[in-house]
Ligand binder design. Structure first.
Ligand code: SAM
Length: 293
């Protein structure tokens, strides 16, 4: 007789635990929900129902992928981020809950009832997470979503369309701010750039070290290589300022880089764990105005 949903749930949980997954019950439930096309609450109503051979066949490769420590959202194909749902696929950074602090810090700078356009450049858009969450929450925002990676650009474009934001979002391919044509105005530059020191990547959890794209992670010897290039570009173009996500011990050094580039009023904001992970700098008078720098 076919095993029941609850039997498969228990076996999957035990297997994922042996493979080092930290929340094996939750993940086993999410994988089963995906295969059975039900919400998590409904799963409990199906506990005694036998699994069909087809459902078991669908589940097996997904559980095997997770056992190889592929990010769960790559396997499920989506993840909730801030107030939006994003489609995610292999090759693009799985957006982190901590990155919602960058979105919140940006939203605090942009009035919800702004009547005139606010131009935001999201540098290193990945799945589109940061920029699209800002654009979805602020109707005045016009977004330039920039990435250098073809998979990231494809996923950002796809998520832009799915969220119905195409009329306010330009997805641009290129290196940092050079992707945004000089004639285009920019108020805020926001970015969750690659900031992990190169030598630390191999020691991170397997989801990151074995699977996520190096280009999304690697910030060079001290983690600040991209930030040092991006900040002067942003200081020259942004009329309002710049907001960056940084590593757990980088906030003071990055605030210093911002000040040296002429940005003022630097502030830092904490992530969900209380660590200062977002750095803001404001443009001074005349900054970001074509011809002023
Ligand atoms: C840490 S990921 C952030 C992705 C997304 N914003 C998020 O928070 O989930 C950094 C992103 O920057 C992109 N990137 C790396 N170097 C870049 C460059 N020189 N110009 C533009 N994008 C770059 C990577 O492809 C990657 O998508």
């Amino acid at each position: 007789m076919s095993p029941s949903v609850v039997e498969i749930l228990t076996r999957t949980e035990a297997w994922l635990r042996r493979r080092g997954i930290t929340a094996p019950r939750r993940e086993a439930e999410l994988l089963l929900c995906h295969v059975l096309s039900v919400a998590r609450l409904q799963l409990y109503l199906l506990h005694d129902r036998p699994m069909t051979a087809h459902e078991l066949e669908m589940l097996r490769p997904l559980v095997a992928r997770r056992g190889e420590r592929e990010p769960l959202s790559w396997i499920l194909g989506s993840r909730g981020f801030h107030a939006i749902e994003l489609e995610i696929e292999p090759g693009v950074l799985d957006p982190r809950p901590d990155t919602e602090a960058l979105v919140d810090a940006a939203l605090a700078q942009i009035p919800a009832d702004a009547q005139t356009p606010v131009y935001v450049a999201d540098i290193g858009s990945g799945s589109g997470a940061v920029g699209l969450a800002i654009a979805a929450a602020r109707p005045a925002v016009h977004l330039y979503a920039v990435d250098i990676d073809p998979v990231a650009l494809k996923v950002t474009r796809h998520n832009t369309e799915r969220l119905g934001l195409s009329d306010r979002v330009a997805v641009l391919s290129g290196d940092l701010l050079s992707a945004v044509p000089d004639a285009r105005p920019i108020d805020w530059v926001v970015s969750n750039p690659p900031y992990i020191p190169s030598a630390e990547i191999d020691g991170l959890m397997p989801e990151v070290s074995r699977h996520e794209p190096r280009r999304a992670l690697d910030g060079g010897p001290d983690g600040l290589r991209i930030i040092r290039r991006l900040v002067p570009q942003a200081a020259a173009r942004a009329r309002a300022g710049i907001l960056l996500e940084v590593g757990h011990d980088q906030a003071a050094r990055v605030a210093d880089i911002l000040r040296r580039a002429g940005l003022t009023g630097t502030e830092t904001f904490a992530d969900l764990g209380g660590v200062q992970r977002v750095v803001l700098g404001r443009s001074g008078p005349g900054m970001g105005v074509p011809g002023a720098c």
